[in-house]
Write a protein that binds this ligand. Structure first.
Ligand code: NAG
Ligand code: NAG
Ligand code: NAG
Ligand code: NAG
Ligand code: NAG
Ligand code: NAG
Length: 790
């Protein structure tokens, strides 16, 4: 009771702070789940190299090496345990490393969080992550006792509330010191606290629902083979709409009856046995459902396997992967939102190449330079057919009959193989036939952008008047990012975003849907990353932080940050696993990589500090707590900062990670210099990539190594994503970057990297006690480096 009261007051204050501005809606997003205590990542280059693993023979097939290694780990006793090597495993031509992704099976059923990622080169295992369940498999038929059934949703909410109460206590004591008795001085909440309050109100209202429903509904009606009750109860917790909640709870049986199940049969054994559920309330596509186990630690430290329904639920503003216990009570065990937000800032704050009038690559936002006419300088390796062409067969918008002698279709709009960019004022999910500028046969996308101050009721009209320019910009920036990341190894096999993959592997049919001026929100942006083969979706918003409004599409840093969610999600844990960066430290790094890459892309040879999102938010220090800086006074973040109040959210955690990476890249720049361009040279006619001054001289068949500090750090960060395990910690991600350097340069930056990581407490002696999934725990900074570096 007390808690509810407090929270509603907080929400009230938050509302009033926004004052005269249009309401800023915080998207509702669930995200929690257990951490697996026995998950390990082994990669300690040089110190304790993982080469103790047999077998070691450079001519063995890497998948055979993986199989022998897994059999060795599972051991002969675990008869019920088996595994499958996922088909999104790949050998990366840019590094020669084979990334093998393995999913555990028990009784033939997937253990949804039983993952191994094994990185192999020349028959040697470089590193591996392992979160396989190692205990005694449960009987298939025995139903867990609901009293002992784990309840991560409740634990998450209890931790959240304790954190809120803690904040509130601090605030009250400040008030007592400063304010005369009886006067009410709270006028503004610290942003970290309104964030917590928002999480609590939006995510915790229904954590008791499953138990309530189970006690109301006779057990006889429950059938483990019917996923609908579990799904319906999940929808109550997931929907942001109170009228949908009332509708479901008021007409429970009617909704249950309306939902229809169809089975999806696959030709090969590749796809898991899956169902589609139609007519689930508040969804925009049929829900995919499959049965699985998940691992949940109990209080005594043991780990239990819980049979669950695994759902993929596509909603207007969320795209969830959720695990809900299959037996009643249908508690939510874990949930990842494949959609990632930029933060809500505090309210105060091959034919003829086409030509675009845009803020050129490198200009972060309109305060940074003027628009110029830029060519479609697509990269012939990354985008062999340019940005405005795609096969008829892979074009979801093409309605006519395909001309029999043509394979490719040329478009004259912002619609191509990598990106579909369009207006989305309605904020709906449909995008195919939304408005796009059409350059006709000229291929020149040159449109007006002359925003001017206006009365507030005309602000939208002003923004909409330059829609041609803003969609053009979003298309241009997104394609530039596609091409850049491609050249650093975000290729088809690694799970990149393209409608057509040119026979180069991976799953196609997944260009990025990029919505400009999306009507579903203000002052934000987000990106949804489903597994490889389904379109990523980027939604860019207007910012009502100034008059005239500012349009996020014009701030490259925001577009790069969003696109980078797609990069890190597809690379971590493999292209087909989008559940590896859901919450806590790994979710935080998902934000941090985007900030780091956006900042690196805008940086120049002359060092400067940089804030994130400063132009759109109309706030010089940007939307984070601090600008990224070499100066400890300007940005004091350290590893231990994660323990501070207010560091619960993924954005605050990510900011610490991005700051650490910024120092790492500056150390590499100091050592190796700075390249004016991040784009590698184009391949020659015969396919050879010239090294120019960009790469080090080529050595045999070894991968090309960027020569300068800024290009090398982008390469190490991206290669590190491929090497790290599912749900990485800061330590895992650091180790993966150091391993990436070992692989690429023979470890010549080993000490440079360790020293840079240790600057902000991520040295060899850094440690964490009692880490909770959402970022809690007690951390100690470690400033030590390996003995060989002293
Ligand atoms: C697309 O453009 C290319 C290059 O101009 C041309 O060769 C091709 O015929 C065009 N395709 C169609 C279907 O018009
Ligand atoms: C843009 O161009 C105008 C002149 O046309 C100039 O006054 C202004 O400083 C330029 N803005 C930036 C950010 O370079
Ligand atoms: C956008 O450009 C088209 C031509 O491609 C033009 O007809 C239209 O008026 C422009 N829209 C706005 C809002 O300026
Ligand atoms: C960097 O600074 C130098 C000296 O102040 C200046 O000549 C140069 O133009 C600057 N370069 C860039 C990219 O800003
Ligand atoms: C760091 O920033 C502070 C505050 O802006 C400033 O006073 C100090 O001189 C800076 N230190 C260095 C080494 O630049
Ligand atoms: C490709 O062409 C370049 C320049 O003409 C030449 O130096 C190189 O040896 C060629 N590579 C191959 C593999 O033929």
């Amino acid at each position: 009771m007390r808690c509810l009261l407090i929270v509603s007051i907080l929400a009230g204050i938050v509302g009033s702070v926004s004052g005269h501005r249009a309401p800023v809606t915080a998207r509702k997003s669930l995200g929690f789940g257990p951490t697996i205590p026995h998950a390990v990542y082994r990669s300690i280059p040089r110190q304790n190299h993982v080469n103790e693993f047999m077998p070691q023979s450079s001519n063995l097939d890497p998948f055979e090496v993986a199989r022998q290694f897994i059999d060795d780990i599972i051991g002969p006793d675990q008869v019920q345990s088996s595994y499958k090597i996922r088909s999104d495993s790949y050998t990366d031509p840019s590094t020669g490393v084979t990334h093998v992704y393995v999913r555990q099976l028990l009784h033939g059923i997937e253990v949804a969080d039983g993952n191994m990622n094994i990185n192999i080169k020349d028959g040697k295992i470089l590193s591996y992550g392992n979160s396989f369940f190692a205990g005694k498999p449960p009987s298939l038929v025995a139903k867990s006792d609901s009293r002992t059934l784990p309840h991560p949703h409740r634990e998450y909410c209890e931790d959240l509330k304790a954190e809120l109460d803690n904040h509130l206590g601090v605030l009250a004591s400040i008030q007592n010191e400063q304010a005369p008795m009886g006067s009410d001085k709270i006028t503004e909440l610290p942003p970290s606290m309104s964030h917590l309050a928002h999480l609590h109100t939006s995510n915790c209202q229904f954590h008791g629902l499953a138990d309530e429903m189970a006690s109301k509904r006779p057990q006889a009606l429950e059938d483990v083979g019917d996923m609908r009750p579990a799904l319906l109860e999940f929808m109550v917790a997931a929907t942001p709409k109170s009228e949908v909640v009332n509708e479901i709870l008021g007409k429970y049986d009617e909704h249950l009856g309306r939902m229809t199940i169809s089975t999806v049969s696959h030709l090969t054994s590749e796809g898991e046995q899956a169902f589609h559920v139609d007519n689930a309330p508040d969804t925009v596509n049929p829900v995919k459902a499959s049965i699985a186990y998940v691992q949940v630690p109990s209080e005594d430290g043991s780990v239990e396997l819980v049979p669950v329904w695994k759902f993929e639920v596509e909603m207007e503003n969320n795209w969830y992967e959720a695990a809900v216990s299959a037996f009643a009570p249908h508690r939510i065990i874990s949930v990842v939102d494949w959609a990632s937000d930029a933060p809500i800032p505090p309210p105060e704050a091959p034919k003829e190449p086409a030509t675009y009038n845009v803020f050129a690559w490198g200009i972060n936002d309109p305060s940074d330079g003027n628009r110029t006419l830029e060519k479609e300088n697509f990269d012939s390796l990354a985008s062999p057919i340019g940005w405005h062409t795609l096969p008829f067969a892979n074009d979801p918008s093409y309605k006519g009959v395909k001309p029999s002698d043509e394979f490719y279709r040329n478009t004259s709009t912002t619609f191509g193989n990598n990106v579909f960019a369009q207006e989305n004022w309605e904020g709906q999910n449909a995008y195919l036939y939304n408005y796009r500028p059409d350059a006709g046969s000229s291929s020149v996308y040159d449109y007006q952008y002359k925003p001017k101050a206006s009365e507030s009721d005309e602000a939208m009209d002003v923004a909409q008047s330059y829609i041609n320019a803003t969609v053009t910009q979003l298309f241009y920036t997104s394609n530039m990012i596609h091409d850049l990341y491609y050249r650093y190894g975000f290729t088809e096999v690694a799970g990149n975003f393209q409608q057509y993959n040119f026979g180069r592997g991976g799953r196609e049919g997944d260009a990025v849907i990029a919505n400009a001026q999306d009507g579903s929100g203000f002052n934000n942006a987000n990106f949804m990353t489903p597994p490889d083969g389904s379109n990523g979706r980027m939604r860019m918003y207007l910012w009502n932080t100034a008059n005239p409004y500012r349009d996020g599409d014009f701030e490259a840093g925001i577009v790069i940050h969003e696109y980078s969610h797609g990069l890190s999600t597809r690379l971590t844990g493999g292209p087909m696993n989008s559940g590896c960066l859901g919450w806590g430290e790994s979710g935080g790094m998902g934000e941090g990589w985007g900030d780091f890459l956006a900042t690196t892309i805008r940086s120049t040879a002359n060092y400067s500090d940089y804030p994130m999102g400063a132009w759109a938010a109309n706030r010089p220090r940007g939307i984070r707590n601090y600008p990224y800086s070499l100066n400890e006074t300007v940005n004091p973040s350290t590893y231990q900062t994660l323990d501070k109040p207010g560091y619960w959210g993924v954005h605050a955690i990510g900011e610490v990670w991005a700051q650490i990476l910024w120092l790492v890249s500056q150390a590499l720049i100091e050592k190796h210099g700075f390249s004016e361009t991040l784009y590698p040279p184009l391949p020659l006619e015969n396919g050879t990539i010239p090294t120019n001054d960009f790469y080090r001289p080529a050595v045999g068949k070894k991968p090309l190594v960027p020569k300068h500090g800024n290009t090398l750090s982008v390469q190490l960060v991206i290669n590190g994503m491929k090497l790290q395990p599912c749900q990485p910690s800061f330590f895992d991600a650091r180790d993966a970057i150091i391993l990436a350097d070992e692989e690429l340069t023979g470890g010549e930056n080993f000490c440079t990297l360790w020293k840079a990581f240790s600057l902000r407490g991520l040295g060899t002696d850094a440690n964490v006690q009692g880490r909770t999934p959402w970022g809690g725990g007690i951390r100690t900074n470690g400033f030590a480096t390996p003995a060989t570096c002293n």
